[in-house]
Ligand binder design. Structure first.
Ligand SMILES: [Zn+2]
Length: 222
């Protein structure tokens, strides 16, 4: 009997790349049931993993069934927490992200981590709607809302065009079963992140301006 491997290579969220992971522990669960004359076995293998680069710990689960076809592509299993293909920008941890964006952003990243690109794009559409609503109120017209974002210099005209393309991607995702490419998804997420970052910076600058005492003009002695 060959010895079980002590290491595997897996993506590390913290190192943001594939790294060597030590298998700290392993638990096998299995059960049997009867299907007519046949006994079928199903089970799960759980592994606690620790990244050799940064010591981050994660859990991996792979399910199996005695009826699995050995010719099928191997099941890669599921990681907890999910493996992150794109990390949240650093500023999201440093700056106060409005609560109404935070929940949607989190769900978009979760969809991205699961490679659910269509769901991510639908989330982006909802998030852009929310950004427009919180900036200028519900316009009932997406184009008007975007134009106002341009007028207030939160986005450039060029960004507006890209956002409209992003929304089309969102619509296509919802209605025609279109699956956007990784590059398109990343471009769209870049735009939305920039939009939120710009808004936060603009709000911060505004509150800084209002809290800075105004300079009083020196009165000339007569
Ligand atoms: Zn790591």
């Amino acid at each position: 009997m060959t010895e079980a491997p002590k290491f595997i290579y897996a993506h590390c969220n913290s190192c943001a790349q594939e790294t060597k992971h030590e298998i700290m522990s392993r638990v096998d669960r299995r059960r049997e049931f009867q299907d007519g004359q046949n006994t079928i076995e199903v089970g799960s293998v759980w592994k606690t993993l620790r990244c050799k680069g940064c010591d981050e710990v994660s859990l991996h689960r792979r399910d199996w069934c005695s009826e699995d076809d050995p010719m099928d592509a191997p099941d890669c299993g599921t990681y907890f927490p999910p493996r992150v293909s794109r990390r949240k920008p650093d500023w999201a941890g440093r700056l106060e992200v409005p609560t109404e964006y935070k929940g949607l952003l989190e769900e978009i990243y979760i969809a991205l981590h699961a490679d659910s690109r269509r769901l991510a794009m639908m989330g982006v559409r909802a998030l852009i709607d929310e950004i427009i609503r919180s900036t200028i109120g519900d316009q009932g017209n997406f184009g008007k809302g975007l134009q106002h974002l341009v007028d207030t210099q939160l986005i450039s005209q060029r960004n507006r065009e890209i956002i409209e393309a992003a929304v089309d991607v969102g619509h296509a995702s919802a209605h025609r079963g279109y699956r956007p490419s990784i590059d398109n998804v990343n471009l769209v997420i870049d735009i939305v992140e920039n939009l939120i970052h710009n808004e936060i910076l603009s709000n911060e600058a505004e509150s800084l301006r209002s809290s800075t005492p105004k300079r009083t003009k020196a009165v000339k002695a007569t």
